[in-house]
Design a protein around this ligand. Structure first.
Ligand SMILES: Cc1cc2nc3c(=O)[nH]c(=O)nc-3n(C[C@H](O)[C@H](O)[C@H](O)COP(=O)(O)OP(=O)(O)OC[C@H]3O[C@@H](n4cnc5c(N)ncnc54)[C@H](O)[C@@H]3O)c2cc1C
Length: 459
């Protein structure tokens, strides 16, 4: 082994852990990845059944960061990734029970029936308002209301947060859940002024502009990416059905895990954790019976159910000419949102058919999750029929429950981040990253994996 080569345990084989493991392996380190489930990918998972492509969790990702495309290239997936169809630029919000296209230009912002005259005036005049500075963390709902008024919270922020976090804007922390908005206020006082300044800076920059790739997936779904990351690791690097319970240190790190009812320990130079909050909370770290990250048990993860429904095209009256539709809470419907999956990417449904991915639950209606599929369909069918003109029974269905879907960066999230930072500080050679610390979207997790590898290598 070259002198700089280290043995590194990577905990968790979701996208974060696999990205970190891939990078560390490429750098010549000896990597071993521990995954408690019998499959890799974590939240990422694709099933292809009778011509229907079903994503269990995430359906697409934004690939505007050049590092994402570089990774795709490096993994030999340049022929495999697919950009979202151009119709996906159109997005719908439901108002008065009807999907309405969201404004895509300043002119359509003026003419859209989605917002009242008062709300539009409030949006525009934010530009001229006295600079605001929230001194302490504040809820995202309050933050946006202070800048743009209540209607924008109810009809724009609430459905967006329902779609991204399955969460509640009145609980999410502005600072932690949307740091770019928080920073925009800090730097410019007005969000609109900050956006204009950013666009003008980009326009004036002499640097060659990297083309924005936009939203992508893969011909055979997002699992292509996690599969490719895993496939490039040495054959003995990945251990499934392996729950890590303890990591202790005495100069070296000793990682203890359970497999098939028996306990094993192996020694490493470093530990890279890409575990979710619950995994970190249960982890014994150090020589005493210490669970320094126990507090992460309190990170709220509302449940979400994802239902892929297939129909003959003629069963759906709506043109499905867009990314999907989001439903504001104030509309009192049974779904958080519906992705028009077969409009978004080619090859998601057999010819003559369309597939919808319906998301239900979240903090809004957790009681709708975990039902059996027939019961859930019975609850959502009237809304699908009213909002999209869906008629009759689906010809295909696939139901995935996520009892703990997405960590909420709620008010007070800073104390979880502090606990993680303190744990790292007290445990040299331990590096922690992933969705509870670095952002919940796939690009943020990929970047977290790269950052974990870089930190471990530089240490
Ligand atoms: C329903 C849903 C829809 C989503 N939609 C999108 C979307 O469209 N676009 C987008 O960008 N993002 C989306 N996301 C978010 C994104 O998928 C996740 O944030 C991301 O996949 C998290 O990756 P991760 O590797 O950090 O964590 P995870 O995927 O949770 O992986 C962590 C891994 O650690 C393992 N583990 C836990 N404890 C232990 C232990 N003690 N020992 C060993 N292994 C352990 C777990 O089994 C898991 O495999 C969605 C998420 C969900 C749930």
């Amino acid at each position: 082994m070259p002198a700089a080569t280290k043995s590194i345990a990577v905990l968790g084989a979701g996208i974060t852990g696999l990205t970190a493991a891939h990078r560390l392996d490429k750098q010549g380190h000896r990597v071993r990845v521990f995954e408690q489930q019998n499959r890799i990918g974590g939240a990422v998972g694709t099933d292809i059944i009778d011509g229907w492509l079903c994503e269990r969790g995430p359906n697409s990702m934004l690939a505007n960061d050049p590092a994402i495309m570089a990774l795709i290239d490096e993994l030999g997936l340049s022929e495999e990734y697919v950009k979202a169809n151009s119709t996906a630029r159109k997005r719908y919000l439901v108002k008065w029970g009807m999907p309405m296209a969201t404004p895509s230009s300043p002119v359509s912002l003026i003419t859209t029936p989605l917002f009242s005259f008062g709300a539009k005036r409030r949006l525009i005049t934010e530009l001229f308002q006295r600079p605001r500075q929230h001194p302490d963390d504040v809820s995202l709902g309050q933050f946006v209301e202070d800048h743009f008024g209540r209607e924008i919270v109810d009809y724009a922020l609430n459905p967006l947060i329902g779609g991204v976090y399955a969460g509640d804007p009145s609980q999410l922390s502005a600072q932690h859940a949307f740091p770019t908005l928080w920073e925009a206020e800090k730097s410019h006082g007005s969000i609109i002024r900050a956006m204009i300044a950013k666009m003008s800076k980009r326009g004036k920059s002499k640097k060659p502009k990297t083309p924005r790739v936009g939203i992508i997936s893969f011909k055979h779904g997002l699992q292509t990416l996690t599969n490719a990351l895993a496939a490039r690791l040495p054959s003995d690097a990945l251990s499934l059905n392996t729950e890590v319970t303890q990591i202790t240190r005495d100069g070296s790190w000793h990682v203890t895990w359970k497999h098939d009812g028996s306990e094993h320990t192996e020694t490493f130079d470093m530990v890279v954790s890409a575990l979710p909050a619950s995994g970190l909370a249960n982890l014994q770290v150090g020589s005493s019976n210490d669970h320094p990250l126990e507090v992460l048990q309190e990170v709220l993860h509302p449940p979400v159910d994802s239902l892929v429904l297939g129909y003959r095209c003629k069963q759906i009256a709506h043109a499905l000419d867009g990314f999907g539709m989001l439903v504001p809470e104030i509309e009192k419907r049974s779904v958080l949102g519906v992705l028009f999956s077969s409009s978004l990417f080619a090859g998601r449904a057999p010819d003559g058919h369309a597939s919808l991915t319906v998301m239900v639950g979240g903090t809004r209606q957790p009681e709708l999750t975990g039902l059996d599929t027939d019961e859930l369909l019975r609850r959502i069918q009237p809304d699908l029929s009213a909002m999209l003109g869906v008629e009759g029974e689906p010809v295909f269905r696939r139901h995935q429950s996520w009892p703990r879907a997405i960590p909420q960066y709620n008010l007070g999230h800073g104390r979880f981040l502090d606990a993680i930072a303190a744990c790292e500080e007290q445990n040299q050679g331990l590096f922690i990253g992933g969705q509870v610390r670095d952002g919940i979207a796939l690009p943020a997790c990929i970047s977290a994996g790269e950052k974990l590898a870089a930190r471990a290598t530089e240490s």
